[in-house]
Each structure stands twice: as structure tokens, then as C-alpha cells.
Design a protein around this ligand. Structure first.
Ligand code: NAP
Length: 306
């Protein structure tokens, strides 16, 4: 333990759910010397944590009673609700703090926050933007939404889970909203990379050389493209100085043709081309590709500026 750790604030915290992620969270709390109590539906998963220094609760009620803060991280909100949404658990949590780290939607987060407020429970809804291996590291990123005062009070505890623990605002759905938005981008890029790998392979090219070109493109091309797209989408104004949405549609149609000629699955580029074709049909063909944002937006979000 270094001098900084010696002076660090300690908390009592109970961890409900000890899957891959819950176990990593519990270990991160233990590493920072907090008093950790754990509970899991399948009791055997608590054994390694007990060996690492955690107390094992025999029930959810016992876990909640042991600490000021309860953190829950199970598969989904249905599982979390089954554990916590009873009159007994509401009574036990009253006056304490619940940190929800189960992945969910903004609507589920709002529902959780409303339930907590109704029962006198301080509530933060978090999103873990890290793998279990990154939890507890200085670069580990977690997002939190809810009352700023609750976040500030427990920030030293929450920082144990990742050095990049970010408060995103008091709207309870905003951590889940940012997570969902980032994952929408991440999955499209990640899966797109694998589709490109299949195209390379179909021409006998190595995936290593494709990876090297991709990494260069990420900083050289993708970063300026998303920066410019953000500006245009933010202003709802899509005048292009480099290429039109129609030209990009043709580029995507060529990729679909390449797939068909080489026997590679066409669904992904065909889907992207379809979105641009819909944007063109709505009158955006001569604008920048960023105008496809108008197709994706919630339909009653207001008109564009040009
Ligand atoms: P996991 O390894 O499959 O573990 C699931 C956990 O949920 C287990 O503790 C399981 O208990 C518990 N559970 C499920 N349904 C339950 C119920 N009805 N009642 C009580 N307990 C229940 O999943 P995980 O990877 O830890 O993921 C947990 C959460 O973290 C998810 O929301 C996930 O999206 C999020 N997350 C995970 C990662 C990751 O890389 N793993 C990254 C970011 C976010 P049993 O052991 O008894 O089955």
C-alpha cells in the first residue's frame, strides 16, 4: 500500500452479483481496502472473494444490512428487480445508497431512480465502459448519472472501480444513454472491421496488412470525419465541401457488388447503402453524408436548419 492509499477514505460496500463483472468490481473494492460484503445467487462464486478478504452474506437482506452502499451488477434489470423490488428490500435500503451497475436502457434507469426516490433510497445509475480486466485500473471508464451530491459523496469509493469515473449529469437515464450511443458506434465499427477482413480474405490478402491500414485510417480519416459529422449534426446543417451523400451511396453499392462477386455476405454494406438511399429519397442526396442523421433521428425531434 502506498502513502496515498494509506490516507484514502474507506467505505463499507456490498456487492450483489458475482459474475465476470461483479467479481471484478468486488476485487477492485477489496484492492482499495474497503470493507466488502458479497452475495451471489449461486453461492459458490463467492468463495474466491471470501479468500480475497470479502465477507459473504447469506442473503440479499444480510448484504444490504452490512453496508452503507449496495452495488448491484447482474445480467439485466429483470434480475436486479427480482432481488430488490420487494417491500422488505425497500425497507432495508431506506436511508442507504444503491448504485446500479447492471446494463440497461435510459427508461430502465429512470424507472429505477423513481422507485428509489419513492422508497427514500439514494440512487446512482452507472454504465461500465470497461472489460472486467480494465476494472480497477487508472484507465477504467465508468459513467454515472443521478444526484451530483450522491456521486460526490461516494466518488472516492467509485474511483476504486476505475480512474476514469465520470459524472454525466443528474438525469438518471444519461449514463445508460451515453453507453448505448457509444456501443452503437463501437459495434458498427467493430463488426464493420470484421466484414472488411472477410473481403480482404476473399482476395487472398492478409488480415495483418488490413489491420495496419485500418489503424492508420482510424486517426487519419475517421477522427476528422466524426468531428465534422458532429458539427453538422449539432447544427442540423449539412452543406458538403468534400463529397455528396449520393457519391457515398455509389461507393457503398460498389462494396455490395464486390461482396456479390466474391461470395462474401452483403447484408452489412447493403444495410448502410439502404440508409443512405432513404436519406437521398428524403431530399438529402446532394448534401454531406452526415445528413443521414435526419433519417436516424426520432421523428418528432424538429426540423433541420437548411
Ligand atoms: P455474467 O458473468 O453472466 O454474470 C451474471 C450475474 O448475474 C451472475 O452473478 C448471475 O448469478 C446474476 N444473475 C442473473 N440473473 C439473476 C437473477 N434473476 N437473480 C439473481 N442473480 C442473477 O455477466 P457479467 O459479465 O458479470 O455482466 C453483468 C453486468 O455487467 C451485465 O449487465 C453486463 O452487461 C455488464 N457488463 C459486463 C461487461 C463484461 O465484459 N463482462 C462489460 C460491461 C458491462 P448466478 O451466478 O447465480 O448465475
Amino acid at each position: 500500500m502506498n502513502e496515498q492509499d494509506t490516507n484514502a477514505q474507506r467505505f463499507s460496500v456490498s456487492m450483489l452479483g458475482l459474475g465476470y463483472m461483479g467479481s471484478a468490481l468486488a476485487r477492485a473494492f477489496l484492492a482499495k481496502q474497503h470493507a466488502v460484503t458479497v452475495w451471489n445467487r449461486t453461492a459458490s462464486k463467492a468463495e474466491p472473494l471470501a479468500e480475497a478478504g470479502a465477507q459473504v452474506a447469506a442473503s440479499v437482506a444480510e448484504a444490504i444490512a452490512a453496508s452503507d452502499v449496495t452495488v448491484v451488477c447482474v445480467s439485466d434489470y429483470h434480475g436486479s428487480d427480482a432481488l430488490l423490488r420487494t417491500a422488505e428490500m425497500a425497507g432495508r435500503l431506506k436511508g442507504k445508497t444503491l448504485v446500479q451497475l447492471t446494463t440497461g436502457t435510459p427508461e430502465e434507469a429512470r424507472y429505477g431512480a423513481a422507485w428509489a426516490a419513492e422508497h427514500g433510497v439514494a440512487y446512482l445509475d452507472g454504465a461500465i465502459m470497461a472489460s472486467p480486466l480494465e476494472v480497477g485500473t487508472p484507465d477504467g471508464t465508468l459513467l454515472y448519472a443521478g444526484p451530483q451530491a450522491v456521486f460526490d459523496r461516494y466518488k472516492p469509493l467509485l474511483l476504486s472501480l476505475g480512474g476514469n469515473s465520470v459524472f454525466v449529469g443528474e438525469s438518471p437515464g444519461h449514463a445508460a444513454a451515453l453507453e448505448g450511443s457509444l456501443l452503437s458506434f463501437l459495434y458498427a465499427s467493430w463488426i464493420g472491421f470484421l466484414h472488411g477482413a472477410a473481403l480482404c480474405e476473399s482476395e487472398g490478402m492478409s488480415i495483418e496488412s488490413y489491420l495496419s491500414a485500418t489503424l492508420q485510417m482510424l486517426t487519419g480519416l475517421l477522427t476528422p470525419l466524426v468531428t465534422s459529422a458532429a458539427e453538422m449534426a449539432g447544427q442540423r446543417s449539412y452543406a458538403s465541401s468534400v463529397s455528396s451523400l449520393n457519391a457515398n451511396t455509389i461507393a457503398l453499392e460498389h462494396i455490395v457488388q464486390f461482396c456479390d462477386e466474391n461470395g462474401v455476405d452483403r447484408a452489412l454494406p447493403a444495410c448502410l447503402a439502404g440508409a443512405l438511399q432513404r436519406a437521398a429519397s428524403a431530399g438529402h442526396g446532394e448534401k454531406d453524408l452526415a445528413a443521414v442523421f435526419e433519417i436516424f433521428r426520432k421523428k418528432d425531434s424538429g426540423g433541420e436548419t437548411d
